[in-house]
Design a protein around this ligand. Structure first.
Ligand code: HEM
Length: 450
């Protein structure tokens, strides 16, 4: 059983600051002003989650948030221990709606027979590892490498469209569509509508990790219902071509040998969550990486002059500005985290972006250093039994984006004065637009000049 408290006890002032009338944590400890005012859906956390928790990392590294009814964990070692102890910290709530769903929204979902069940990332042992092993083959490096020529071809054709233009929005012109095409290719889905997948991805982020107001909940629930149907339809289509390449056809073949391990409901679930897992995360990671690299001009120029630094730079981008900034677990027993008592059934928001700026692990953590020796120890892909299965593919996409843009547009700059905006939610983070400009007559590749 989970311990949940009345989050309606949280209201906001006219200027949007959360005010909580809950004065004690579930263990009876007084709640500090800092903890009471922690609100991941707006303000400082939306601007930069790691900065927003800087003081907490120092003074109150584990605290109860009445706005969320979650315990918030901010330090590297505590989060690492949570990831490494799946028996005590269950993944079951990973895809739960962080904002309770209204009655009306539930009715809408029922109309679509929306029945999401387990989908690897929210499963516990031993079934989690059994399914993960059975479904792992397409994620292995040798399979992922085979996709590289196709990904390079798609990236090249997208850059061709804007290279002579002198200005672009890296998200709209490149990072949104290409990871979607790659995600569908990886999943084995031929020729799907990218815009449909884009809309569904945004709905799922808001539905699972956002705080949509009541009227928006119905719209989001309708989107989720449609996404669920869409995923089911895709699985049915793929069952007609079981020998095809891709993750879902692979899972359909596993189902033939072991229908109890991989049910139809499971296939529909992994199709739906797979689109989000493979697409949004990588789009956001690319937007974050280029915002960061271009804001740190010396690093970008160094990289353009020496592409052998790309792999290290990718890890530093993922550490400094990861695209998954917080993940969730639930305690299965009474325990302590960072010396703080936490009862069984408590929900934890483990802020990996905060861990990635913990100075006990990363010296001078707020400095962006593409040659940092231990950047790869970031927690952006999680750790332990649930570590991201798609990390090799995500790294490969980032490598191709950085390599191609460094080669063809090393002189691009961020448009000055632009404001970076983010979809408000606890976990998935990337700029909605990254505007760049350059002088196309100076393009280094002669064929790219107007
Ligand atoms: C930069 C991009 C990405 C980031 C930051 C990211 C992050 C994550 C995180 C934080 C987890 C949960 C780890 C945990 O609970 O310990 C995860 C799991 C997972 N990711 Fe990714 N991911 C990315 C790209 C991808 C891609 C491209 C795919 C698919 C092709 C993918 C597929 C998965 C799957 C299947 C899981 C579940 C693994 C399990 O529970 O055993 N991810 N990812």
């Amino acid at each position: 059983m989970s311990v949940q408290h009345d989050i309606s006890a949280v209201s906001t002032t006219p200027d949007g600051c959360p005010v909580s009338s809950v004065t004690q944590s579930p263990t009876g400890c007084p709640i500090s002003h800092q903890a009471a005012s922690f609100d991941p859906f707006r303000g400082a956390y939306q601007v930069n989650p790691a900065d927003a928790l800087k003081l907490a990392r120092k003074e109150e590294p584990v605290f109860y948030s009445p706005v969320l009814d979650y315990w918030v964990v901010t330090r590297y070692d505590d989060i690492k221990n949570i990831f490494k102890n799946p028996e005590l910290f269950s993944a079951a709530i990973t895809l739960e709606q962080i904002t309770p769903v209204s009655e009306e929204a539930i009715e809408i979902l029922d109309r679509y027979d929306f029945a999401p069940g387990p989908t690897i990332v929210n499963e516990d042992e031993p079934i989690h590892t059994e399914r993960r092993r059975a479904l792992m083959a397409p994620f292995e490096a040798e399979h992922v490498e085979k996709l590289a020529p196709k990904i390079t071809e798609v990236v090249t054709s997208y850059i061709d469209r804007f290279v002579t233009r002198g200005k672009a929005d890296l998200v709209d012109d490149l990072f949104y569509e290409v990871p979607c095409i790659v995600a569908l290719l990886f999943l084995g889905v031929p020729d799907e509508d990218i815009e449909t997948c884009r809309q569904f991805g945004m709905q799922q982020t808001l539905f699972t990790w956002g705080r949509p107001p009541a009227e928006e909940q119905n719209r989001v629930a309708t989107g989720m219902g449609q996404f669920w149907e869409f995923a089911g339809g895709l699985v049915e289509k793929l069952k007609k071509t079981p020998d095809a390449d891709g993750w879902i056809p692979h899972a359909i073949r596993v189902q033939k040998d072991n229908p109890e391990l991989i049910t139809d409901n499971y296939l529909q679930n992994i199709m739906m969550s797979g689109i989000l897992a493979a697409h949004e995360t990588t789009t956001n990671a690319s937007g974050n990486a280029f915002r960061t690299l271009l804001e740190n001009r010396d690093a970008w120029e160094k990289l353009c002059n020496d592409p052998s630094l790309i792999n290290k730079a990718i890890e530093e981008c993922l550490r400094y500005a990861g695209s998954v900034v917080a993940w969730r677990r639930m305690t299965t027993d009474d325990t302590t985290v960072g010396g703080v008592e936490i009862p069984a059934g408590s929900r934890l928001l483990i802020v990996t972006s905060s861990a990635n700026r913990d100075e006990s692990m990363f010296p001078e953590p707020d400095t962006f250093d593409i040659e940092r020796s231990n950047a790869r120890r970031h927690l952006t892909f999680g750790l332990g039994t649930h570590t991201c299965m798609g990390a090799t593919l995500a790294r490969q996409e980032l490598r191709i984006f950085i390599g191609e843009l460094a080669r063809r547009l090393p002189h691009m700059r961020l448009v000055e004065g632009q404001e970076f905006t983010y979809l408000p939610n606890t976990s998935f983070r990337g700029p909605e637009h990254v505007l760049i400009e350059w002088d196309p007559t100076q393009n280094p590749v002669p064929a790219d000049r107007p």
